[in-house]
Write a protein that binds this ligand. Sequence first.
Ligand SMILES: Cc1ncc(COP(=O)(O)O)c(C=O)c1O
Length: 388
Amino acid sequence: MDHSSFLTGLQTPYYLLDEQAIVDNLTRIDRLCRLSGAKALLALKCFATWGVFDAMRPYLHGTTSSSLFEVRLGKEKFGGETHAYSVAYAAHEIDEALSYADKIIFNSFNQLHVFKDKAKTAGVPVGLRLNPNVSNSSFIIADPARPFSRLGEHDVAKILDVCDDISGVMIHYNCENDDFAAFSKTLDDIETKFADVFACLEWVSLGGGIHFIGDEYPLESLAQRLKDFSERHGVQVYLEPGEAAVHNGAALVTTVLDTLHNGKNLAVVDASIEAHMLDLLIYRSPAPLVSINHQTLNLSENVSDGSTIIYGKSCLAGDIFGEYQLGALKQPLAIGDQVAFGNAAAYTMVKKNWFNGVDMPSIVIKKLDGTISIQRTFDYDDYKDSLS
Ligand SMILES: Cc1ncc(COP(=O)(O)O)c(C=O)c1O
């Protein structure tokens, strides 16, 4: 994103979405699909800011979801193929979910047995989530193959018993995996384990979590691997990119409200990591500092050896965006400085909350044609209405 273009005069905090940065990712996804024959569905759990869907739609085949509301949003705001999935549907949700879905994927045998007839009556093809008990996730909290995982069925004999009820499966087992060799190796294991299951099916979704948008990622090799998989098993492959679709697609723009010194330089900004970039707190990752006062910073300046700590304004003691080495700047952060954190699209806007009643960042979009649209602002009534 071109951080020099941050707006002066616009009230912070705000999320600034950059349609061009998102389209750059999607162009790569589109290329992967063309080379491999796979179809790509945006994972709404990662990103559901529908104000930029018009720019995204041409590059993707549709959306996939993790709840009734997401599948509805996918149908209403994105279109294309709309996959419905939920860890567990409630009985009162299923008819409505089916009314939006082009395919529905159940998480367990129980859910499949209870709802498959409704899906059949509605004419919606049915899938089952499989758990291969292997993964490429280094975070236990995000690892579908964690011990005693509830995410999908794993017993091949029992899965073969329900093959007549399903036309496809979904296997999500990667997390920000940027290692093609590791991906391919794990897929080998999955193919060995589920070859007989795949033989009964028309489609296989390999979920999300493949970080193939870096320039150095061997996209052609991945495409060939997916094509081989598809041809070997006679299935349509789906991918469910979330993070890869919107990586670096937004920044959270904030203003320094106060500074203190307590062993280190401290700055407090008008946003909160717990409320506005919660995923980073969960994964204990610093927010990438991408610009100060409209001056773009190199990522190499983002060394976390901590001369300055940037705090959020909630009362959580550890509401810390990160510790930054700001030696490259001539002077410490000062009240009124504008500070922007990058990579604020994936798993960020979907998790924002009203903790502490902190101002909700506005949603601002830098359109493909370069114009700026203030898409949404929030006020006290939004906070109040979210509670009773
Ligand atoms: C079933 C499923 N599909 C797709 C995704 C998207 O993954 P990512 O954003 O890492 O690409 C997830 C993420 O948790 C998922 O659980």
